[in-house]
Design a protein around this ligand. Structure first.
Ligand code: HEC
Ligand code: HEC
Length: 429
């Protein structure tokens, strides 16, 4: 079951783009049902539009015209085929298998009802289909997930990231990164997969729930693992010691997640030299992506600078308070643009249901329309005023390019059972 944002979206976007085409072309040639012809026409119109108006726009942004494909690709770069591990946690098959069990075992949650996989399930590209997640005291799967009744546990504050390729967080266009310092979360509050993995176990709304306090969460979870002979054996095989501590739990979960990578999108194939891997429309989309200013923040192999930027994205109304992000500045970390096919809805608040809406958000932002009433023009990231210029006519090509960043070939295997004997992946019924 793969979420198909594209069906609905293409419908609306065809309608909107059709309007633009109708203004530019005789009505007889516009047939939005004939998609190849439609896209070919759209590319033609986009190309003409650039030639007519593009050069002035781009030179005013200080960027030379005539980007070669090589120059464009160099802003991003292909992902490496394997993920580096920190010196103190080399990846081994034993750790990976233990990490997989822990990832799916609700034993790590206070009420034994939530596993990492509850919100990062392979069926949803290891992300989540809800805008913001339901952790402790919830049940059900995907969009059917609800809180139990009665309930006093809030939703998670933000939309769940995918963990696919999170092993590469922090990577720059030259391919370097430090896995021990890999930036994590929408507000960069954690570094490395090892440290990140312990945070959900402590968080009230994610996994902890009522049974114990934050300070007791890790010790309580670890005590449960120690009481299960199969886990003692598995930790011994993986780490050479039967003394299970939170450190080994973090290391095993990190080792497993370093295997959840998808470095072979069509963009990667193109960047590695297969010039037939991208269609003309997708290449145009890549150029439009750069010219519109997207690559100012979405650059490097993850299509992220891993920095904080305030864009004034709308809050999620399910939260009691406005989410002001890092330091109350409404700044959030640039997310990866890989595997977006699987990770809708989008943005920290999950408020944009599809890519069409995201691109329309940027089109509005280029026209100085701010979606969040708490964010003033002065609070917006300076790059928005300086670099962001998204024209409606480029939207379809950019979406086509983003589609070339998908790679479905990642490990989706669920364990048949977990050592606690609890339901694999948590309370998904
Ligand atoms: C209740 C849902 C939920 C559960 C359970 C959960 N997560 Fe998450 N996860 C989230 C949300 C929401 C975020 C984003 C939070 C933020 O950035 O403030 C996130 C972010 C992450 C990230 C950061 C990715 C990035 O690019 O920054 C990783 C890695 C991750 N989770 C791994 C895990 C692991 C490992 C577990 C189990 C120990 C787990 N999660 C349990 C919802 C969940
Ligand atoms: C000034 C930096 C910046 C620029 C320029 C920028 N983005 Fe973003 N992008 C971000 C940040 C930061 C977020 C998350 C914002 C939030 O949730 O509050 C984001 C979110 C996204 C998302 C949602 C991804 C997800 O998983 O939720 C998409 C898609 C996206 N941007 C595409 C683009 C495109 C296309 C352009 C060019 C039209 C662009 N961005 C320009 C920084 C930027």
């Amino acid at each position: 079951m793969v979420k198909s944002f594209r069906t609905d979206e293409n419908h609306r976007s065809n309608a909107r783009a059709g309007l633009f085409l109708r203004l530019s072309l005789p009505p007889t040639v516009v047939n939005t049902r004939n998609r190849p012809l439609f896209f070919a026409l759209l590319s033609f119109v986009a190309a003409v539009a650039w030639r007519c108006g593009g050069s002035e726009e781009t030179s005013s942004k200080g960027e030379p015209d005539g980007f070669s494909d090589e120059k464009l690709v160099a802003l991003f770069g292909a992902l490496p085929q394997t993920a580096n591990a920190p010196a103190d946690n080399p990846t081994t098959p034993e750790k990976v298998e233990l990490g997989r069990l822990l990832f799916y075992d609700p034993i790590l949650s206070g009420q034994k009802d939530v596993a990492c996989a509850t919100c990062h399930h392979p069926e949803f590209g290891y992300a989540e289909s809800l805008e913001i997640s339901i952790g402790a005291n919830g049940h059900g799967f995907g969009s059917n997930r609800v809180f139990a009744d009665p309930n006093d546990v809030p939703f998670t504050k933000r939309n769940a990231h995918t963990v696919v390729n999170a092993a590469f967080n922090g990577i720059t266009a030259d391919g370097t990164y430090d896995p021990a310092k890999a930036p994590m979360f929408w507000d960069l509050r954690s570094e490395s997969l090892e440290k990140q993995a312990l945070e959900p176990i402590k968080s009230f709304e994610e996994m902890r729930g009522h049974p114990y306090q934050t300070e007791a969460a890790l010790d309580s979870a670890v005590a449960r693992l120690r009481a299960i002979a199969e886990y003692r054996q598995q930790f011994k095989t993986a780490f050479g010691t039967e003394t299970i501590t939170p450190v080994e739990v973090g290391k095993a979960l990190a080792a497993f997640q370093r295997t959840l990578i998808a470095p072979n999108s069509r963009f990667d194939q193109y960047a590695r030299g297969d010039k037939s891997a991208l269609s003309e429309l997708e290449k145009e989309g890549m150029l439009a992506f750069v010219k519109s200013g997207c690559a100012e923040c979405h650059r490097g192999p993850m299509f992220s600078d891993f920095k904080l930027h305030a864009l004034g994205v709308a809050d999620n109304e399910k939260l009691a308070e406005s989410d002001a992000g890092k330091d109350g500045r409404y700044a959030f970390r640039t997310p990866t643009l890989r595997n977006l096919r699987h990770t809708a809805p989008y943005m920290h608040s999950g408020k944009l249901p599809g890519l069409q809406q995201v691109l329309e958000f940027y089109e509005d932002l280029s026209g100085n329309q701010i979606a969040n009433p708490h964010v003033t023009p002065a609070m917006l990231d300076p790059l928005v005023a300086k670099k962001l210029r998204l024209e409606f006519r480029d939207i379809q090509a950019i979406i086509a390019f983003l589609d070339a960043l998908n790679d479905d070939d990642f490990d989706k295997r669920l364990p048949e059972r977990v050592p606690s004997g609890l339901p694999v992946g948590g309370n998904l019924q």
